[in-house]
Write a protein that binds this ligand. Structure first.
Ligand SMILES: *[C@@H]1O[C@H](CO)[C@@H](O)[C@H](O)[C@H]1NC(C)=O
Ligand SMILES: *[C@@H]1O[C@H](CO)[C@@H](O)[C@H](O)[C@H]1NC(C)=O
Ligand SMILES: *[C@@H]1O[C@H](CO)[C@@H](O)[C@H](O)[C@H]1NC(C)=O
Ligand SMILES: *[C@@H]1O[C@H](CO)[C@@H](O)[C@H](O)[C@H]1NC(C)=O
Ligand SMILES: *[C@@H]1O[C@H](CO)[C@@H](O)[C@H](O)[C@H]1NC(C)=O
Ligand SMILES: *[C@@H]1O[C@H](CO)[C@@H](O)[C@H](O)[C@H]1NC(C)=O
Length: 585
């Protein structure tokens, strides 16, 4: 009461009190500011900090980030991957935090900076920064743009070549380690002599005394399977955050050890007798953002429950497209897979990943769609082939023939997706794709053109093409076809631009070796009109009210896309501006 009256008055005494209060208030303010700043620095170690003007005050003090180090790098023909090593509880970098810095070997003042293509998160939560390829006579390092202090760049230590490297490793459910290797040059489809190799485990490969050796169980193509040393804690799951996980490499006896960036990962074993999913799909792709929606939604409609996307350096919107599908309830995950000519290895890697959750795993591309004319689900068809015992063994693989569709007279990419648009195909089925049971695979994990070698006692079954086929939208409108065939992915398949092998089935017949549109492209590969899947899709995936297919983007979405595009365009502009500023420095 008294206070209030005093405050309300205008006497001299009141003014004195107010000044004292003002002083107290100011000290409180200063104290809070100091406290807040201290907290800011402290918290900065734990979580990403929102960019603010306080940064300007802190610039130069560089609290937590300096201890982040570059573990190692791998050089590819068209990019450099830089593996970051974070101390426990440190703040993680985003793409916006970093610059790739290239500097002249002889004159370190000659340097240029560039935004990374992306910062990827690998297994174990490890961060991988994607920079351009290192120009000749240069070295690469990273600059932390947010905290930049001169010469505080993160230096790259060991740099490996992509084609002489152990790049991935997984612990299988029998506790053996499956090691993925580039550089062994083993013959396709053949088993190699295991006595020539051994696996090597350790934390520091420069100290041979601290390494554990292990026997090789099988070696074929680019996969080596080893007995995991029992003393290794990898079997008990990922180690605690404080300690570095162990690495594994392969030694060629009498020749030497390959460099390695691979930490063997223990996937959670099977806990229940029944697996979570009956049917899953693995695919390897690049820049599939535009087609993913239809492909995932359609296959969900016929019974697929889980999708594993092995992403080979996409630079489109695939990350947000996958996020979007996830938010709609589809169980889909993306796995960064930058390794060159490793489609077979990627499939084997995916099988082990899917093993504990999936009864069956299908391997198809994003332009391939299972078509079941009877309207049964994929799981029904699989059951149909596995319930009757076969004389040659239990069924471990189901092979589905593929029909190759042509441009069907179209010249522009269809808005409603491929299934409802392409209706003309070649008469004869071409090769086939497999659906496999992970337990039935031979330990070698050999697979050639989509077929895995099975264990003894297992057999494959061919699906009758009246029961199920794959509609392969192989020869789409020219603009799309052109991109696809510029990038052939399999290890043991020739490049289409290569003059050798011109008669190969992987080529578009009559196209030759140059990517120039033939005048009659739209009419090619059209021998049989086939509207089966189109009609089925129109009956089952069309919204009654809007008459649009469920995956078709609404008109509103087009606006969204424009905004998104403008956003990324603005992003690029900011990037360019920053580049310019840096160059000017
Ligand atoms: C760096 O210096 C060495 C020796 O002086 C020379 O051979 C080399 O070509 C130089 N490299 C570049 C990129 O200038
Ligand atoms: C694999 O290792 C784990 C943990 O050491 C152990 O509990 C399990 O029995 C092993 N499994 C096999 C098949 O050896
Ligand atoms: C998706 O599947 C994985 C197993 O493959 C499971 O661990 C995860 O919880 C699932 N996610 C959702 C959202 O259901
Ligand atoms: C990934 O793409 C690169 C080109 O960027 C290609 O050389 C490589 O073979 C591809 N890898 C796979 C596994 O498809
Ligand atoms: C498999 O499908 C065919 C054709 O639909 C049917 O005749 C047959 O009985 C089925 N077999 C089993 C084991 O379900
Ligand atoms: C795996 O394949 C190899 C070679 O093809 C064969 O020798 C071996 O017996 C197979 N393993 C099993 C468990 O069937």
């Amino acid at each position: 009461m008294k206070n209030r009256r005093k405050r309300g008055g205008l006497s001299g005494g009141d003014v004195v009190v107010s000044w004292r209060r003002f002083f107290r208030f100011v000290s409180l303010f200063v104290f809070s500011f100091v406290l807040f700043s201290a907290l800011f620095i402290f918290l900065g170690k734990i979580r990403p900090v929102v960019r603010s003007s306080v940064n300007a005050v802190l610039r130069g003090s560089v609290p937590a980030v300096k201890v982040v180090t570059i573990h190692e790098a791998v050089e590819f023909p068209d990019q450099t991957l830089i593996f970051l090593k974070y101390p426990p509880y440190s703040r993680l970098f985003t793409k916006e935090d970093l610059f790739c810095v290239f500097s002249d070997v002889n004159d370190s003042s000659k340097l240029f900076k560039e935004l990374p293509y992306a910062v990827e998160t690998g297994d174990y939560g490890r961060h991988i920064v994607r920079c351009s390829a290192v120009p000749r006579g240069n070295t690469v390092s990273l600059a932390v743009s947010r905290w930049t202090v001169d010469n505080s760049n993160l230096q790259v230590g060991l740099t490996h070549r992509w084609d002489w490297l152990v790049y991935d490793a997984v612990i299988d459910d029998d506790n053996s380690t499956v090691v993925f290797v580039k550089g062994l040059n083993l013959r396709p489809g053949k088993v190699a002599d295991v006595s020539r190799y051994e696996c090597v485990y350790g934390w520091d490969f420069t100290k041979p005394k601290l390494l554990l050796r292990a026997q090789v169980i099988s070696a074929a193509q680019e996969i080596v399977r080893c007995k995991t040393p029992l003393s290794l804690t990898v079997l008990d799951g990922p180690r605690k955050a404080q300690s570095q996980p162990v690495k594994v490499s392969v030694r060629i006896k009498g020749s030497g050890m390959l460099p390695s960036v691979a930490h063997p990962i223990k996937r959670p074993g099977r806990v229940k007798d029944t697996k979570t999913f009956e049917t899953c799909v693995c695919t390897m792709t690049r820049n599939a953002a535009n087609v993913l929606r239809e492909w995932v939604m359609y296959h969900a409609g016929i019974g697929v429950q889980r999708w594993f996307i092995y992403d080979n350096n996409s630079d489109d919107d695939i990350v947000s497209e996958i996020k979007n599908l996830e938010n709609r309830g589809y169980n889909i995950s993306r796995h960064f897979w930058p390794w060159i000519k490793t489609q077979e290895a990627g499939f084997a890697n995916c099988v082990i990943r899917a093993k504990s959750d999936c009864d069956w795993v299908a391997f198809i591309d994003v332009d391939e769609f299972f078509y079941i004319p009877s309207g049964q689900t994929l799981t029904d068809v699989i059951r149909n082939h596995t319930t009757t015992p076969s004389s040659s063994g239990e069924i471990g693989e189901i092979r589905t023939p593929c029909h190759s569709f042509g441009p069907s007279g179209l010249s522009d990419p269809p808005r409603g997706g491929v299934t409802a648009a392409y209706t003309c195909r070649m008469a004869l089925p071409e090769r086939h794709k497999s659906i496999i049971r992970p337990e039935s695979l031979n330990a070698t994990l050999i697979n050639v053109v989509h077929h895995f070698h099975l264990k003894e006692g297992f057999a494959f079954a061919d699906v009758d093409k009246g029961m199920m086929v794959i509609n392969h939208y192989k020869y789409q409108v020219w603009d799309i076809f052109k991109e696809k065939f510029k990038r052939r992915v399999a290890t043991y398949v020739a490049d289409w631009q290569n003059e050798e092998n011109v008669g190969s089935k992987d080529r578009a017949p009559g196209l030759g070796t140059r990517p120039v549109e033939p005048s009659d492209w739209a009419e090619r590969f059209c021998e049989v009109r086939d509207i089966g899947l189109r009609d089925w899709v129109l009956d089952n995936f069309r919204d009654r009210k809007t008459q649009r297919l469920v995956w078709e983007r609404e008109a509103r979405r087009v606006e969204d896309e424009v905004i998104v595009q403008m956003g990324s365009w603005a992003d690029k502009r900011v990037g360019r501006k920053r580049k310019k500023q840096l160059k000017a420095q």
